[in-house]
Each structure stands twice: as structure tokens, then as C-alpha cells.
Design a protein around this ligand. Structure first.
Ligand code: SF4
Ligand code: F3S
Length: 110
């Protein structure tokens, strides 16, 4: 089991989630965060912190997201401190299919 970051994080990236994670298992891309499924201890405390309600416990329906989280947790740098959300966060909150349309696989160190 793990928790996963899903579609509505894209282009919001509020980052409230990182300040409560006891094991620092969030990783940061240009416009989304992911959770390392190997590091997550399933505590669930990040879920209510996300203003975009983008974090869920793993289920079979979310298998695609588990793999996205797994892949990019290996490629992106860890993030442990909250920072400002993206400037467009409010207007992008709730838009559908953001991953397909807007996801940016780069990370900030490249
Ligand atoms: Fe971190 Fe707990 Fe959220 Fe997993 S469920 S990412 S351990 S805060
Ligand atoms: Fe994303 Fe929500 Fe965290 S929008 S950065 S999962 S607080």
C-alpha cells in the first residue's frame, strides 16, 4: 500500500502536503509532486492537507498513478519544505485531464 498524488496536483502544486510527511517521501517536478511508493508509510496525514484533494490511498483503479508516482520519484529531487503554489493554481484547480494536457516531466534541477 501507498498513497499517491493524482491528476489535480498538476499545475496547482500547493505543497502543503510536504510539510506534514513524517518520512519526507515527496518528490518535485516542474508542475506536480509525486510520492515514493517505497518510502510512504501509509499514515494518510497528507490527504487532508492538500487543498486540491489530489492525494488518495492506492486502489486498483489508481494503478496508473502508482506507476507515475514510482517513476518520477526516482527522477525528481526530494521536497521537504512548503513553498508557494504555482501562480495558476486557483484557476487550474478542478480542471480535468491535466496530466494528459499539461504534465511536465522535467525537474527543477535540470
Ligand atoms: Fe507521507 Fe504519510 Fe502521505 Fe505517505 S501517507 S506520503 S508517509 S504523509
Ligand atoms: Fe499537489 Fe496537493 Fe501536494 S496540489 S503539491 S498534492 S498539497
Amino acid at each position: 500500500m501507498t498513497y499517491v498524488v493524482t491528476d489535480n496536483c498538476v499545475r496547482c502544486k500547493y505543497t502543503d502536503c510536504v510539510s506534514v510527511c513524517p518520512v519526507d517521501c515527496f518528490y518535485e517536478g516542474e508542475n506536480m509532486l509525486v510520492i515514493d511508493p517505497e518510502g510512504c508509510i501509509d499514515c494518510g496525514v497528507c490527504v487532508p492537507e492538500c487543498p486540491a484533494e489530489a492525494i488518495f490511498p492506492e486502489t486498483p483503479e489508481l494503478a496508473k498513478w502508482v506507476e507515475i508516482n514510482r517513476k518520477y520519484a526516482k527522477e525528481w529531487p526530494v521536497i521537504t519544505k512548503k513553498k508557494d503554489e504555482l501562480p495558476e493554481a486557483k484557476e487550474m484547480d478542478g480542471i480535468k485531464q491535466k496530466y494528459e494536457n499539461f504534465f511536465d516531466p522535467r525537474n527543477e534541477k535540470k
